[in-house]
Design a protein around this ligand. Structure first.
Ligand SMILES: O=C(O)[C@@H](CO)OP(=O)(O)O
Length: 201
């Protein structure tokens, strides 16, 4: 049985300030660092063969803190551009509440959660999914087929997109899916990558 663990990075300074982040490279807050350590504490029973994160510092630092907590600092790590957050275009850096005041809740919810509608100059979730799933198929799935234990630390929208693919979620289900900062999801997979068990920790 292979194990795949998906973790969203801990709270960032932009999350705390309620700012659209996307590809902005922002640090974790002290609470975000604590969430990363808590995620590590929940994973103590597991020994990882391979770990992946995005090239953004909030994801890299979360992974570093998890591995430190697990005393598994020597696990090989790949930081991948493909695992970056959805590119939020013209919304990046804007305050979410202010954007709602300006454009209305319905429009902002559509930009944030719709599968096919892109934020201005940004990526749709569908496009984010194409790059994330291509990376998963190329790099991560072969490890899992060999029965490895793999940790992936990424972002809210990239993980929504990946979970849609892994769990066969509908468009309506992925549009309603919210993943908390520091959220941990564990899958047990057979050699054909069929899901035996999945749970949130
Ligand atoms: O700002 C972002 O990049 C994301 C995740 O923090 O926000 P949202 O939840 O609005 O997609």
């Amino acid at each position: 049985m292979a194990t795949l663990v998906l973790v969203r990075h801990g709270q960032s300074v932009a999350n705390l300030a309620n700012v659209f982040t996307g590809w902005l490279d922002v640090a974790l807050t002290p609470q975000g660092e604590a969430e990363a350590r808590q995620a590590g504490a929940k994973l103590r029973a597991l020994h990882f063969d391979q770990a992946y994160c995005s090239t953004l510092v909030r994801s890299r630092r979360t992974l570093e803190l998890i591995l430190e907590q697990l005393h598994q600092a020597t696990v090989p790590v790949h930081a991948a551009e493909a695992l970056r957050e959805r590119m939020y275009g013209a919304l990046q850096g804007l305050n979410k509440a202010e954007t709602i005041r300006q454009y209305g809740l319905t429009q902002v919810n559509t930009w944030r959660r719709s599968y096919e509608d892109a934020p201005p100059e940004g990526e749709t979730l569908h496009h984010t999914q194409q790059r994330v799933v291509a990376y998963y198929e190329q790099e991560i799935a072969p490890q899992l087929r060999r029965g490895r234990h793999v940790l992936v630390v990424s972002h809210g929208n990239t993980l929504r997109a990946l979970r849609m693919q892994l769990e066969g979620l509908s468009v309506a289900q992925v549009e309603a899916l919210e993943i908390p900062t520091g959220g941990v999801r564990v899958y047990e997979l057979d050699s054909a990558l069929a899901i035996g068990q999945m749970r949130d920790l």
